[in-house]
Design a protein around this ligand. Structure first.
Ligand SMILES: Nc1ncnc2c1ncn2[C@@H]1O[C@H](COP(=O)(O)OP(=O)(O)OP(=O)(O)O)[C@@H](O)[C@H]1O
Length: 633
């Protein structure tokens, strides 16, 4: 137990104590009696400097008072013990910091509970400190004095950290710790306190700070597709996600879907959305598509907007969506979090992250077809999906087999593409920079949008939009792809359009014209190499706000869909089903985020930052490389 005299506590509500010293340095020297001055040790200096950094500008010299007289965001500072070692622990509004005191007689390097050391033991670093953002603290709990607690699986476990001397009052903080490859884990640290009152004060102070984070969801509506991927959706949710939600005090209403489109229909009509802070889908991209269709539709209907009209200004969805990856294709999760890991996604939901995302609306002859957030692909990717649907029994391997088959059949399709280029924006599809967490390109282009939208409206009203802005291309295409995000996934880490942005109000229109099989293979292989996949004579890419496609056979027939066009349909279907006849089919299908569209003539419009996800975008690697805690890696 620490002697009472060694405890020092600074609290916003205890101004008298905080005002007494002239500086943090001075305060530490005067309050921590009976111990070497922290300012004279490396540990002390580190703590004090981190506190100084945390003090806001408005806390600096005002009315002749020093920073210490107006402690700003610093709330608590105590000497506590972690695994028998003394630490200076401080709490501000933004960070919790603990730093080992060099005066401590026993040194046990701190490690989070989950961490298995995978590197040779280092010599203790006297300056080792840990800083956790308050926004990434999941929960805090007071430990019971009998040193045991119930585990998530219901069994009882002895807490190793509390064995030995520190069996008095203690509290445990659970927080987000970064692992390689953008994975997040829940780590814990237990602080032993010299007395019960101090322990309770720390717990209530941390809870108070957590309560101020209004972006955190408190109640979630969860849809689980039990047939996603390897049919593990329910298990993944129950084992990996539900315990974290419950630990963080997030309540849930869970619905296991009973059929395809169950979640979409429930969201459209039945769900009491006002009761929830967000919707979570447990499944793959198909399940996510269901969720956004239900939510967007419901938002428009509630707001009195006709979703069928391609020219309508749609109302953005405010309810955030979380994705727990459990499907065979989890591209959207990968693009927005950087990994397909249920625990990481659950932690992003708990901390209340927000990532805006563009949505494309797809219409045919003024009738709404579908929304898309990742890939709209005609030709190669449409054919791969059509073929793979017949092989669902094979599982995810069906995509590889159909990919090889469609590459060998090498079909091209004739048609006309018209597009509205995204002018005056920051960024191009050939940029080396990537869309990352807090992307400035997305923020900049979003700000431009109201002006541009007005300009388009004016043009449309005067009937001149198509003349002045639209561009038209005709030709034979092996593939026409519109990538609204990079479409990176574990198989294709660069994606179809590596520099595409999640939320800049544009889509990258990639046109692969008729070429030899060898050239097409070169293009495909560049998706996985460092070479630029657009730097080929038969490939062009345009960043656009809107585009239309009309297959050749529809052009003479006022955009009538092929499926309504008897003769062509019959022959094309025969050619598609029996490629051995040697005759190329006249049409392909659109692959819209993994679903096949019923029409080939389409009008696509991008809606900037139309939905919000519980995600942060992909963080730059340095975020976890620079962590002070060596156990994090
Ligand atoms: N209870 C259910 N029974 C059958 N199908 C369902 C059910 N719930 C949802 N679905 C449908 O299953 C389809 C595939 O779901 P999901 O995307 O979650 O899994 P997946 O394995 O990744 O599939 P895919 O790779 O084909 O997208 C979705 O289109 C969804 O509408």
């Amino acid at each position: 137990m620490l002697p009472q005299s060694r405890l020092h506590l600074t609290c916003r509500s205890c101004q008298a104590q905080a005002r007494a010293p002239r500086s943090y340095h001075h305060q530490a020297q005067t309050v921590v009696r009976g111990a070497p001055s922290p300012a004279t040790t490396s540990g002390g200096v580190g703590v004090l400097s981190s506190l100084a950094e945390e003090t806001p500008a408005e806390g600096q010299e005002q009315d002749g008072q020093t920073q210490m007289e107006r402690p700003g965001r610093m709330l608590l500072l105590s000497e506590l013990r972690v695994r028998n070692a003394a630490y200076d622990v401080s709490l501000s509004r933004s960070v919790l910091t603990w730093k080992r005191r060099t005066s401590s007689t026993v040194y046990h390097p701190f490690r989070p509970r989950f961490c298995v050391p995978s590197f040779p033991r280092r010599r203790p670093d006297p300056g080792v400190g840990h800083t956790v953002s308050v926004s990434e603290i999941l929960s805090v709990r007071e430990e019971e004095e009998n040193s045991s607690r119930r585990r998530d699986d219901g069994s009882w476990k002895k807490i190793k950290e509390r064995e030995g001397k520190d069996c008095g009052p203690a509290f445990t903080v659970s927080y987000v710790e970064r692992s390689p490859h953008h994975r997040w884990r829940c780590a814990e640290v237990t602080f032993a306190c010299p007395e019960e009152a101090l322990c309770q004060h720390w717990v209530s102070s941390i809870r108070e700070q957590l309560a101020t984070i209004v972006s955190r969801p408190k109640r979630l509506l969860v849809y689980i597709n039990p047939y996603s991927g390897k049919r593990q959706g329910k298990r993944i949710y129950e084992r990996k996600v539900a315990p974290l939600f419950s630990q963080a005090g997030v309540s849930t209403h869970v619905i296991v879907t009973e059929r395809a489109n169950y979640a979409r229909d429930h969201l459209k009509t039945g769900a009491e959305l006002q009761k929830f802070d967000g919707v979570v889908c447990v499944g793959g991209d198909g399940m996510f598509s269901e969720i956004i269709h239900g939510l967007i539709w419901r938002t428009q209907i509630d707001g009195g907007v006709d979703p069928n009209c391609p020219e309508e200004a749609l109302i953005p969805c405010t309810l955030r969506i979380g994705i727990i990856p459990a499907g065979s294709t989890d591209c959207i999760c990968f693009a927005t979090v950087g990994t397909n890991d249920p625990v990481t996604s659950a932690l992003h939901i708990i901390v209340g992250d927000s990532q805006p995302m563009d949505v494309c609306s797809v219409h045919h002859n003024n009738a709404f077809l579908q929304y898309s957030v990742s890939l709209l692909g005609y030709g190669f990717y449409g054919d791969v999906l059509t073929d793979s649907e017949k092989k669902r029994w094979m599982g995810p391997a069906r995509y590889d087999l159909s990919g090889v088959k469609m590459f060998l059949t090498h079909h091209y399709y004739e048609g006309t593409v018209s597009y509205l280029p995204a002018k005056g924006i920051m960024g191009t599809p050939r940029d080396a920079a990537r869309c990352r967490s807090g992307c400035v390109v997305c923020q900049h282009n979003r700000q431009l949008l109201p002006e541009k939208a007005e300009m388009y409206e004016v043009d449309e009203a005067s009937g001149s939009e198509s003349d002045s802005e639209w561009r038209t291309l005709r030709g034979k295409f092996l593939a026409i792809n519109a990538a609204s995000m990079s479409c990176a996934c574990p198989r294709s880490p660069k994606g179809l359009s590596p520099a595409a942005h999640l939320a800049d109000g544009t889509t990258d229109l990639i046109l692969v014209r008729k070429c030899s099989r060898f050239d097409f293979l070169r293009h495909l292989l560049r998706h996985t190499s460092k070479d630029d996949q657009f730097d080929l004579a038969f490939v062009e890419v345009h960043r656009v706000r809107r585009f239309r496609f009309t297959p050749r056979h529809c052009q003479s027939d006022s955009d009538l869909d092929l499926r309504e066009n008897g003769k062509h349909q019959i022959f094309s279907q025969i050619c598609r089903d029996h490629p051995a006849c040697g005759c190329a089919p006249a049409y392909s299908s659109w692959n819209c985020d993994g679903e096949i569209l019923n029409h080939t003539a389409i009008d696509v419009r991008v809606h900037c930052q139309f939905i919000q996800l519980f995600a942060r975008g992909i963080e730059e690697p340095k975020v976890f490389e620079e962590l002070p805690n060596p156990c994090a890696i």
